[in-house]
Design a protein around this ligand. Structure first.
Ligand SMILES: Nc1ncnc2c1ncn2[C@@H]1O[C@H](COP(=O)(O)OP(=O)(O)OP(=O)(O)O)[C@@H](O)[C@H]1O
Length: 367
């Protein structure tokens, strides 16, 4: 297990990591997510004793990494795949690492096979593609057969087959009871790979929860209901009936209704009971990537001047991030209306038409 308590790192005036407290447990893949400059690599370096915290502590298996009796057999890491002597062959690179830690040469051939580099083992690594370099870095991390593995952006530069392979490798290593901590920018990838997520922004903890809980809390489902355009009174009638049944109903710009809080068959039955004809009744799901982008929006350090949000987002000072409270009706993330920028702040509440009595309360902006 990896355990950070109040971990803080400052480089001069830059606070790279601020007051991080989390645990990474064995037997699971824990995704470490955050935008560029969020502090993921700095945190990983501190876990590995390559950087000293300004304050706070981080331990691996209950001890600071530097006190580990046989570090390569306890912890393996891929931090920078380019940190390789390019003049050496892949096999010689791994052999030199193995000799330093008393690992037998046959293990080198074993890990070359695991990462699929056996056929290029005698080629100099300076000719390697980005993806081959990543595989070599992963082989080095696996050399000591460690209980804890850290991977900083392991799928960087890999093609879809390579990404699939890394995903399965992480899961297999976790299934063997190892502690797997993987950083990434990609929510979509982590949603497929990880069991647990730690999300940071500007060095601070934004979320620490299971992937399923994150999905349940952040990707709200809703139904779109469309009534013939020339029957506005029917639309009003249905809005009232749905609201009475406990739904949250919002008008959409194209005249349809967005309905949250009722399953589709119930909406259909209510419409039938009210004698209202439907032209559309369709399920929709706000994407997890959108929810993640919104969660980390004010924690983005670098933004294009072409970005229409540039300069509009106020950055909170350190210590002022907080997890939003989930509203009673479900996740805090209300999906954008069609045509709206999904990465903008939460939608303002729509003034309900007289019979749309249950328009939802807009959740508080987390930033
Ligand atoms: N050695 C250093 N000296 C000064 N500042 C640093 C140093 N290392 C990191 N930083 C700063 O700390 C912050 C966090 O950087 P870090 O590389 O840990 O983020 P990251 O989440 O890994 O980013 P990326 O996804 O782009 O790799 C950034 O503002 C970065 O510029």
């Amino acid at each position: 297990m990896i355990e950070a308590v109040g971990l803080t790192k400052r480089y001069g005036a830059t606070t790279a990591v601020y007051n991080l407290t989390f645990q990474v447990r064995p037997g699971a893949v824990t995704g470490f997510l955050g935008p560029n400059g969020a502090g993921k690599s700095t945190t990983m370096r501190m876990i590995l004793g390559l950087d000293n915290p300004t304050s706070g502590t981080v331990t691996v298996g209950g001890r600071p990494f530097r006190q580990a009796a046989n570090a390569p057999r306890e912890v393996g890491a891929l931090l920078d795949a380019k940190a390789v002597h390019g003049g050496r062959t892949a096999r010689n690179h791994l052999l030199s690492l193995a000799q330093l830690s008393g690992i037998p040469a046959r293990r080198v051939d074993e890990v070359l096979g695991v990462v699929g580099l056996q056929d290029v083992a005698k080629r100099r690594s300076k000719g390697f593609s980005l993806g081959m370099g990543q595989r070599l870095g992963i082989a080095a991390a696996l050399l000591g057969d460690p209980k804890v593995l850290l991977f900083d952006e392991p799928v960087n530069g890999l093609d879809p087959e390579g990404i699939h392979w890394v995903r399965n490798l992480m899961k297999a290593l976790a299934a063997e009871g190892r502690t797997i901590f993987v950083s990434s920018h990609l929510m979509s990838e982590m949603a497929l790979t990880a069991d647990h997520l730690i999300v940071i922004g500007r060095g601070q903890l934004l979320a620490d929860m299971g992937v399923r809980d994150f999905i349940a809390a952040n990707s709200a489902g809703f139904a779109r209901v469309r009534i013939p355009e020339d029957e506005p009174e029917q639309r009003e009638k249905l809005s009232g009936v749905l609201a009475e049944a406990g739904a949250q109903v919002m008008p959409e710009p194209d005249g349809a209704l967005r309905v949250m809080g009722l399953p589709l068959p119930r909406i259909s039955d209510l419409a039938h009971g009210a004698d209202v004809r439907l032209w559309e009744l369709s399920p929709h799901q706000a994407s997890l990537e959108e929810a993640y982008m919104r969660m980390t929006q004010s924690a983005v350090d670098f933004r294009s001047t072409q970005d229409e949000k540039a300069g509009l987002m106020e950055q909170l000072p350190y210590g002022e991030f907080r997890m939003p409270e989930a509203p009673a009706g479900g996740g805090w993330y209300v999906p954008p209306r069609p045509g709206e920028n999904p990465y903008a702040g939460p939608s303002p509440a729509v003034a309900p038409s007289p019979s749309v009595s249950a328009a939802p309360t807009t959740p508080e902006d987390p930033r």
